[in-house]
Design a binder for this molecule. Structure first.
Ligand code: AMP
Ligand code: MN
Ligand code: MN
Ligand code: MN
Length: 279
């Protein structure tokens, strides 16, 4: 029997659109058997997601997507099957959310000046469910609502990407620290969407090798944006380095996602699926 597995998703506790209950209902409707909830830098949605998962008969993996950096480049690290009550992990995530709030203040100031308005921060915070966990999509939504961009992609392109008037880099903790937190919380660390960091293959391999030395065990071989040749490349990398392979849509909600929940391309047969660790 093959299971439908989706190990990367977001709720409105970070930058997704759906509540945990709506996300789990969608998972059940999409026929997803195993879903990981991996909000950016928070696990606040997990307890509600666990209740909904039991109700809808979905196996929920408690997860997180941690914003960190390696050699100055922001990297997203997934943690699966973490103990969400682990204090080292929670202290770490709180520190990142504080960085996020400081960055939101800086982005708002830049956008206020550029657009000659006053209240970007107030509106963005009003729009965010978790008032400190503010991500760029929250700004993008307000920019669209106010008519400064036609859609989210355009808001990113015009204002929020590097070099644009509202870009501010997130202060990020080192990859090493993030891996340690996940391991301390009893979880499995996995590099998210390895091909989205604009590294050449050699540098990416160096990063993943270092990640493995730190105790990391998996890379996301199939991501929401993955094309077949990219999947083949990442499957080879996982095999070469003896890592498990993960698969996830990175679902953020309608209009915010590259791929429907549970509808990624499949993991290549030669991969060792990370789900082997849980069966
Ligand atoms: P942040 O972590 O605050 O820097 O925001 C990053 C989030 O913005 C990612 O997790 C995506 O959900 C979203 N994102 C990144 N780049 C784009 C883009 N070009 N268009 C739309 N959404 C994006
Ligand atoms: Mn996101
Ligand atoms: Mn990500
Ligand atoms: Mn994500």
């Amino acid at each position: 029997m093959t299971y439908c597995v989706d190990l990367h998703s977001h709720t409105d506790f970070s930058d997704g659109r759906l509540t945990p209950e709506e996300l789990l209902l969608l998972a059940a409707r999409q026929g997803v058997d195993i879903l990981a909830l991996t909000d950016h830098d928070t696990t606040e949605g997990i307890p509600r997601a666990q209740i909904a998962a039991a109700k809808y008969g979905v196996h929920l993996i408690p997860g997180v997507e941690i914003s960190c950096q390696w050699r100055g480049q922001v990297i997203h690290l997934l943690g699966f099957n973490i103990d969400i009550y682990n204090s080292i992990l929670q202290q770490g995530l709180l520190k990142i959310r504080n960085f996020r709030y400081l960055r939101a203040q800086a982005i708002a100031e830049k956008l206020n000046n550029y657009l000659k308005v006053k209240d970007m921060l107030k509106e963005v915070v009003a729009h965010a469910k978790n008032k400190e966990n503010i991500a760029r999509p929250h700004f993008a939504q307000v920019l669209v609502d106010r008519g400064h961009a036609r859609h989210m992609q355009e808001a990113f392109k015009k204002y929020l990407l590097p070099g644009k008037p509202g870009f501010v880099a997130l202060d990020a903790i080192p990859l090493e620290e993030a891996v340690t937190w996940i391991i301390q919380a009893g979880g499995i660390a996995c590099i998210a969407h390895p091909l989205r960091y604009s590294f050449k293959l050699k540098r990416l391999t160096e990063m993943v090798e270092e990640f493995k030395r730190l105790g990391g065990q998996a890379i996301e071989v199939v991501a929401g944006t993955s094309k077949l040749d990219e999947i083949t490349k990442m499957a080879e990398l996982a095999q070469k380095l003896g890592l498990y392979a993960s698969i996830g849509s990175d679902y953020h909600g309608m209009g915010l996602s590259w791929c429907a929940m549970g509808r990624t391309l499949p993991l290549p047969k030669e991969c060792r699926s990370i789900t082997e660790l849980w069966s």
